[in-house]
Every structure is written in structure tokens, then in C-alpha cells.
Design a protein around this ligand. Structure first.
Ligand code: HEM
Length: 322
């Protein structure tokens, strides 16, 4: 966890920085078994590996911490000023409140239905692959397929379209090679994150938001193409709301929640920021967790058998007996 302790006006009169005071309060004096280390470089770092402490810092003590700006700055061209990396101020609170309805139980149940629909599309894709070979088998790039699977689901939940047949400008070495949207989203975001390790960015944080090399300018152009696409989707939805409000109401995705919210409805940039963030927060996390799970199960078949047996006994059989 990388956080930035934000100095607040002295509340307690001791000499601790508020961030360190919080850590001291949470951990108390009993640090035994709590994995922590402390070091200094050009900044002071306190690394915390104790899950309970991290949880407390994210919840009870959330308001006195900000995320360290490095990720916000390197991803700014794509995700803008979304809630994920924003400072915990009043605007952050209002944006968060506006997004909350997207995670109400009813909405999550709708999302599961959307996910099931998208999953059927993915299964069709895999079936077609096996049919092409004629012998019922197919070679699958597991990482790419799982990533594609979640990309389709989250895009549908965020903006109502999985954009399967859509192509977008995608720049490599100064040449526009065009790409599908999931590929561009995934790779552009990853390349933005990787920029923090470029020597000039690592040494001079000033460069986090400056794209100076030709390959960095490709990344910047790809960010702009993706944001332009999302802006186009917003425009189309605004037209739908105007011309066919009943059809628009049925959409029920994040885009329609934001377009009917007072704070967001007139600000395209803010809507793009949150849709992009919802997309990355939802797709890359689930995708990597599933990729790891599948690889572990392939390597340890007995766990897979145990899970299948449990599903059979706890879910399938009781269902058949009903
Ligand atoms: C295995 C799957 C997932 C993992 C491991 C995961 C993990 C996390 C973590 C650690 C954070 C906090 C990040 C931070 O504050 O720096 C976060 C925030 C967030 N996640 Fe997830 N997540 C997962 C799935 C999802 C899904 C499926 C969605 C949406 C459909 C989602 C939406 C969000 C959003 C919107 C935030 C920002 C919340 C805020 O800052 O107020 N996540 N996630």
C-alpha cells in the first residue's frame, strides 16, 4: 500500500505526523508478528504488511490519508481525476456518493445477469475455435482469453456495450495500426503504469505527466483515442435519453447512473474519468485473480477436484432435490 500522510492542523498536540500517529494508534505498542519496515530514500517510507492495520487505515483512518500521487499522475491521461486516486476531500466524497448506487444489491444482481450474457458470448467464441480445428480441440492463450472475458463483462456493466466489433486508433512506433478496444485499453493502461519505472520518471517525478519520448507520445495518442471513444458513447447515450427515454432507462449501467446524477450529468470529462476507473478497477483485478487461480488449479489438480466435488455436493445435488 502506498499512501501519503497529509498534514492536518494539529489536533492532538503531539509531535507525530498525523499519518504516523494513525499507524501508532492502530498497531499500538504490540508490534510482534506485524510485518512492518521503515526506510528513507528521497522520501520516508513505512511499509506495512499487516492486513488488519491496512484495513483500519483504509476505513477508520481513511480521511487523514491520501494515496501517493505517483499512480494518479502516471495514469492521469486515461483515468483523469477519478475517485480511486483522488485526495479525500469534499468533491471526492460527493463523487463517491454518486457512484454508490452502482454497487447496490439490486444493481449487482443485474450485473450478474449481464455477466452471464457476456460469458455466453465468450463460450460461443471458444466453441467456434474448437470447431475450426475439426478435432474438438483448440489452442487458447489463457491470459488473453481471461482478460478478454472480464473486459467484455465490465465494459458492458460500465457503458452498456462490450465493443466487440469496434476498432480504434492505436499507435505503435508512430504508425497507426488500429486495434480492438479491449487490447488498447489493457495495453495502454499497463504502459502508463510502466512509465513510473522509466529512469527519468523515477528520478524526477515532474516527468510523470510529461510525455517526451516518441514511444511515450504513442501512449498519449492512444489515451486520447480511448477517451474520445468513451465521449462518443456518452453522446450516443445522451441522444438515446432524449429520443427514447424508455430504452435508455432499461440500460441500468454505470453510464446511465452518472448521466442522471446532478453532479456528473453535465460534465463529460468527469463521467469518462469514472467509467475508465470502474473499468480498470473491475476488469484487471478480476482478470489477474482468475488467471492466477486457473494456473494454480492446473498445477495442483487435487484442489480443482476438491472444488468440483464441493460444488457437486453443496450446489448441484441440493438443487436437483428441490
Ligand atoms: C478480484 C477482484 C478485485 C480486487 C482484488 C479488487 C481490489 C480493489 C482494491 C484493493 C481497491 C482499493 C484500491 C485503492 O484504494 O488503492 C479497489 C477499489 C475499487 N474497486 Fe475493486 N477489486 C476487485 C474487483 C472489482 C470489481 C469487479 C469492480 C467493479 C465492478 C471494482 C470496482 C472498484 C472501484 C470503483 C474501486 C474504487 C473505490 C473507491 O476508491 O472509492 N473492483 N478494488
Amino acid at each position: 500500500m502506498l499512501l501519503e500522510g497529509r498534514a492536518r492542523s494539529a489536533e492532538t498536540g503531539d509531535n507525530y505526523h498525523p499519518a504516523f500517529r494513525a499507524v501508532r494508534d492502530v498497531i499500538g505498542r504490540d508490534t510482534k508478528g506485524k510485518n512492518m519496515s521503515f526506510f528513507t530514500s528521497h522520501e520516508v517510507y513505512l511499509l506495512i504488511g499487516d492486513l488488519e492495520t491496512v484495513q483500519e487505515l483504509y476505513t477508520t483512518y481513511n480521511k487523514i490519508f491520501d494515496k501517493h500521487p505517483v499512480i494518479k499522475n502516471v495514469t492521469m491521461e486515461l483515468t483523469g481525476r477519478s475517485i480511486l486516486f483522488a485526495e479525500t476531500d469534499e468533491l471526492w466524497k460527493k463523487r463517491r456518493d454518486a457512484i454508490r448506487p452502482a454497487f447496490y444489491k439490486g444493481k449487482l444482481i443485474e450485473m450478474i445477469e449481464t455477466a452471464k450474457d457476456c460469458m455466453r458470448g465468450t463460450l460461443d467464441r471458444w466453441t467456434k475455435k474448437t470447431e475450426q480445428n475439426g478435432d474438438g480441440s483448440a489452442k487458447i492463450d489463457l491470459i488473453n482469453e481471461i482478460s478478454l472475458m472480464f473486459t467484455r463483462i465490465i465494459l458492458k456493466c460500465a457503458i452498456g456495450e462490450s465493443l466487440d466489433d469496434y476498432e480504434i486508433d492505436y499507435w505503435v512506433d508512430g504508425v497507426n495500426v488500429r486495434s480492438d478496444v479491449p487490447f488498447s485499453l489493457r495495453n495502454t493502461f499497463q504502459k502508463l503504469l510502466d512509465r513510473q519505472f522509466l529512469p527519468w520518471c523515477a528520478l524526477f517525478p515532474y516527468f510523470h505527466t510529461k510525455f517526451i519520448m516518441p514511444f511515450e507520445r504513442d501512449i498519449l495518442a492512444n489515451c486520447k483515442a480511448l477517451r474520445a471513444l468513451f465521449e462518443h458513447m456518452i453522446k450516443e447515450r445522451r441522444d438515446l435519453i432524449k429520443n427514447n427515454p424508455e430504452a435508455a432507462e432499461k440500460k441500468g449501467d454505470l453510464l446511465s447512473i452518472l448521466l442522471t446524477d446532478e453532479l456528473f450529468s453535465l460534465d463529460n470529462e468527469m463521467i469518462i474519468d469514472e467509467c475508465m476507473t470502474f473499468f480498470f478497477a473491475g476488469s484487471q483485478t478480476s482478470s489477474v485473480a482468475t488467471q492466477n487461480l486457473v494456473i494454480h488449479l492446473l498445477k495442483n489438480k487435487h484442489y480443482g477436484d476438491k472444488i468440483l466435488k464441493e460444488i457437486e455436493e453443496m450446489v448441484v445435488k441440493p438443487h436437483l432435490e428441490e
